[in-house]
Design a binder for this molecule. Structure first.
Ligand code: PEP
Length: 252
């Protein structure tokens, strides 16, 4: 039986946003300070270039800032990479690891994702660990097998509900406008919950499991009402304060 956990609505800006984009965070902060107080935590993961800027904008507001990826090592000769410690120093509280775009574009394996999650713990960041099947895997009836394998390989043994969030993101639903049915989401999230409980005991009952993939204001309430869905990881619809607010409002 899953415990009651506070939901998290997280925005992944991907490779979008410049300093002028801080106006979206200011607008969102204003909405969050208004009369409607959604019962969820709110997080924005901008490109690393904006972590400090947005952290300053979000100061004293109910918006956390996170990174989109980190290197497993703390420092060293890794040109172009950023460590979890650097993200923490810049003002991040969370970091996404194992996003399907990183897995596909940078060949990140479960082992690499796990090392990155361990780096997040080392730096005091919450790791949002992404899993999800491709369309071919789904069509072949492999969804649950793929998810269980990714969970087993990508989550460190010491994962707790405080340090770890799991995001289920079917690869075929990301940025496509397509979403699984609520029943399909319920089946996968139930399987994830079961796997987390089996491996992490009581911590597994409390770990947040986000759904991600074409979440928008028009489908957020239905998706967020699915059992074991403890929030959303949002790409495109997190870029504009109005759209993101429309999703956060599912928890109002
Ligand atoms: C994502 O990339 O994490 C994502 C869910 O994207 P979108 O919401 O645009 O499908």
């Amino acid at each position: 039986m899953a415990a009651r956990v506070k939901a998290l609505v997280a925005g992944n800006w991907k490779m979008n946003g410049v300093r002028a984009s801080k106006k979206e965070v200011t607008a969102l902060a204003r909405k969050l300070a208004g009369k409607t107080k959604p019962a969820c935590d709110v997080l924005i993961c901008p490109p690393a270039t904006l972590v400090t800027t947005l952290k300053e904008v979000a100061k004293g507001r109910k918006i956390a800032i996170g990174g989109q990826d980190c290197h497993a090592k703390q420092s060293g000769a890794h040109t172009g990479d950023i460590s979890a410690e650097m993200l923490k120093d810049a003002g991040a509280a969370y970091v996404i690891v194992g996003h399907s775009e990183r897995r596909a574009d940078h060949g990140e394996t479960d082992k690499i994702v796990r090392a990155k999650a361990e780096a997040a713990y080392r730096a005091g960041l919450v790791a949002i660990i992404c899993v999800g099947e491709t369309e071919d895997e789904r069509d072949a009836g492999q969804t649950l097998k793929v998810i269980r394998t990714q969970l087993k390989g990508s989550l460190p043994d010491g994962a707790t509900a405080k340090t770890t969030v799991v995001a289920y993101e079917p690869v075929w639903a990301i940025g496509t406008g397509r979403t699984p049915t609520s029943d399909d989401v319920a089946k996968v999230h139930a399987a994830i919950r079961k796997a987390l409980e089996k491996r992490f005991g009581a911590e597994g009952t409390k770990m947040r499991i986000l759904y991600g993939g074409s979440v928008k204001p028009s489908n957020a309430s239905e998706l967020m009402a699915v059992p074991n869905v403890n929030g959303a990881l949002v790409g495109g619809a997190s870029l504009k304060a109005d759209d993101f607010w429309g999703i956060i409002s599912a928890y109002a």
